[in-house]
Design a protein around this ligand. Structure first.
Ligand SMILES: Cc1ncc(C[n+]2csc(CCOP(=O)(O)OP(=O)(O)O)c2C)c(N)n1
Ligand SMILES: [Mg+2]
Length: 124
């Protein structure tokens, strides 16, 4: 697993997935990223199409820099300049790049599993 989480650089997820797929063409690759990180480097989808490295991108869309908001709230009791609008990701992937895309309600899907301690640890 390539881990770009926490305070490491955002925007490496799809380029990391391209690299992972180049190194392990026979393995399935999933790029899990925040919406902010995805939008910083979404042009890497063109790289993936050009070099032919298929993978799944999972975008956690909260309409903001969630981690930064959380840190600002903790430290200052308020937050600023952390909310933004996104394109419709399904249209963006499908109409712009010709990729298959679906919107999932992960809150509903993950909710029953959040009680599992190992998953909680992983998500934190
Ligand atoms: C290139 C870069 N710019 C800024 C940051 C600072 N930063 C750390 S986490 C974060 C928020 C990322 O937002 P998003 O990808 O939407 O994830 P979320 O926290 O909302 O889950 C930012 C801006 C960084 N790590 N790398
Ligand atoms: Mg976000």
């Amino acid at each position: 697993m390539l881990n770009f989480q926490r305070l490491r650089g955002n925007g490496n997820c799809d380029s990391g997935a391209v690299a992972a797929k180049l190194v392990h063409p026979g393995r399935k690759v999933v790029a899990a990223t925040g919406d902010g990180g995805f939008m910083m480097n979404c042009q890497e989808l063109e790289t993936a199409l050009r070099v032919g490295t298929p993978f799944v991108t999972l975008i956690f869309n909260d309409g903001g820099y969630g981690l930064i908001e959380w840190k600002q709230q903790n430290q200052f009791g308020t937050s600023s300049y952390v909310r933004f609008g996104n394109p419709d990701f399904v249209k963006f992937a499908g109409k712009v790049w010709g990729l298959k895309a679906t919107a999932l309600n992960l809150q509903l899907i993950l909710f029953p599993y959040l009680k599992l301690p190992w998953l909680k640890m992983y998500l934190l």
